[in-house]
Ligand binder design. Structure first.
Ligand code: S3P
Length: 450
């Protein structure tokens, strides 16, 4: 089982105004999909701006284990020489996806309709997350799974030799589940259909179309109905990965709460299925503007300008927006602590099965730092104290979760006393340049034990 090495405590001190440009890394969701679809195309896919975080590197290694050639040309330029749909070879070793739910669930789908046997594992966080949500629909194609109690990793999946096309209504709002089913549908004759009641990020649909698959999306009373025609020959692509809105969230939110700040975060993907946080922040009174709106590689992109926002107020976040900002609730709860009034977050059950139980992790850390948090199975509420009034001054657990660690580092930039996380290692899974990037803006993050 993989791990994260010796814990590295990280401390964030209250700092002066943040200013300058924050060039955040490439989008994690699009990076995983670029490697996986590249490996399933025939010929060479070129990728510019790939996220070189641990999660994506684990997916790159996995694609090599299935027989694709993955080459790092330096400076975020990568190529993948694919083996074609149905061309995956049986890996000789266990596929270790580290901390990445997206990596393991998408790869399970991609390999489930090829007659190979694959064993998957990950770190302690990943091995405690539910996989039944993916292996249940994969069983309908004919894949056979043997895992641990509760559908947990490590797990072995024997791919279907004669896969049967499936129509699947996803019981959870999850792009990972939807994507696993669609990727399994690639090597299945006939039409695979996924129905999702709530729209989740649609990168898989857009990218499958880009690679030449026949895929349609209809909006009906049941929700989005996605129909994929199986066994296409995927055409290799030149992909420019937009920068990750989920990573942009950290410098943006830091700028809103540190007095005097003015930060520009250029080239951020603003796909509507991902941009819910920015809409929410604006409703809370954030001074956040989109500059230079444009389209790149089929995705809307803009430069985000975030300035200190003295009049932040709590709001009720509409539950139907949850899927479009699901990874951003931890840092939103930090901004909510500095707002006036209550921020109410409903319909967020999925937060309990991420890299950690994110409601629990944030509630514990925020409460220890002097902020009142109420919670239920699928909701939580943060009572804001207003700028300058959040005590801080505690060490909190990052529970193997990159976004928990970064959220508390952002918090420490504006609390009365520093905030410390017990382990900053997980940050490298999605945002390996977080510390130098935040230091470049004027933040004071240090490693107390170094
Ligand atoms: C992702 C989907 C989301 C998100 C994750 C990335 C993806 O997970 O939390 O960070 O790339 O498909 P769910 O599908 O479980 O909601």
């Amino acid at each position: 089982m993989s791990g994260h090495g010796t814990p590295i405590p990280m401390m964030s001190r209250p700092c002066g105004p943040l200013s300058g440009e924050a060039h955040v890394p490439g989008d994690k969701s699009i990076s995983h999909r670029s490697l996986i679809l590249g490996a399933m195309a025939v010929g060479e896919t070129r990728i510019t701006g790939l996220l070189e975080g641990q999660d994506v590197m684990d997916t790159a290694k996995a694609m090599q284990a299935f027989g694709a050639e993955v080459t790092d040309h330096g400076g975020g330029e990568w190529s993948v020489h694919g083996v074609g749909v149905g061309g995956f070879a049986e890996p000789e070793q266990v596929i270790d996806c580290g901390n990445s739910g997206t990596g393991v669930r998408l790869i399970m789908g991609a390999a489930a309709t090829t007659p190979i046997t694959v064993t998957y594992t990950g770190d302690a966080s990943l091995n405690s997350r539910p996989m039944g949500r993916v292996t249940d629909p994969l069983a309908l194609f004919g894949a056979q799974t043997q895992g641990r109690e509760g559908g947990r990793l490590p797990m072995t999946i024997k791919g279907a030799a004669d896969p049967i096309p499936v129509t699947y209504t996803s019981p959870v709002p999850s792009a990972q589940v939807k994507s696993a089913v669609l990727l399994a549908g690639l090597n299945t004759p006939g039409q695979t259909v996924v129905i999702e009641a709530e729209a989740t990020r649609d990168h898989t649909e857009r990218m499958l179309q880009g690679f030449g698959a026949e895929l349609t999306v209809e909006t009906t009373d049941e929700g989005r109905v996605i129909t994929l025609t199986g066994q296409p020959e995927l055409q290799p692509q030149n992909i420019i990965v937009p920068r990750d809105p989920s990573s942009a969230a950290f410098p943006v939110c830091a700028a809103l709460i540190v007095p005097g700040s003015d930060v520009l975060v250029p080239n951020i993907g603003l796909n509507p299925t991902r941009a819910g946080l920015f809409t929410t922040l604006r409703e809370m009174g954030a001074d956040l503007t989109y500059e230079n709106m444009r389209e790149e590689g089929g995705e809307p992109v803009a430069d985000l300008r975030a300035r200190y926002s003295p009049d932040l107020r709590g709001i009720a976040v509409p539950p139907e927006r949850a899927a479009s900002m699901i990874d951003e609730y931890p840092v939103l709860s930090v901004v909510a602590a500095f707002a006036q009034g209550v921020t109410d977050m409903q319909g967020v059950k999925e937060l309990r099965v991420k890299e950690s139980d994110r409601i629990d992790a944030m509630a514990k850390g925020l409460s220890a730092a002097g902020v009142t948090v109420d919670e239920g199975p699928d909701w939580w509420r943060v009572t804001g104290l207003g700028h300058g009034n959040v005590p801080g001054g505690v060490t909190v657990a990052s529970v193997l979760d990159h976004r928990i660690a970064m959220a508390f580092m952002v918090m420490g930039m504006a609390t009365q006393k520093p905030m410390t996380v017990d382990d900053g290692n997980p940050i490298a899974t999605s945002f390996p340049i977080f510390e130098p990037l935040m230091a470049g803006l004027g933040a004071g993050i240090t490693r107390p034990n170094a």
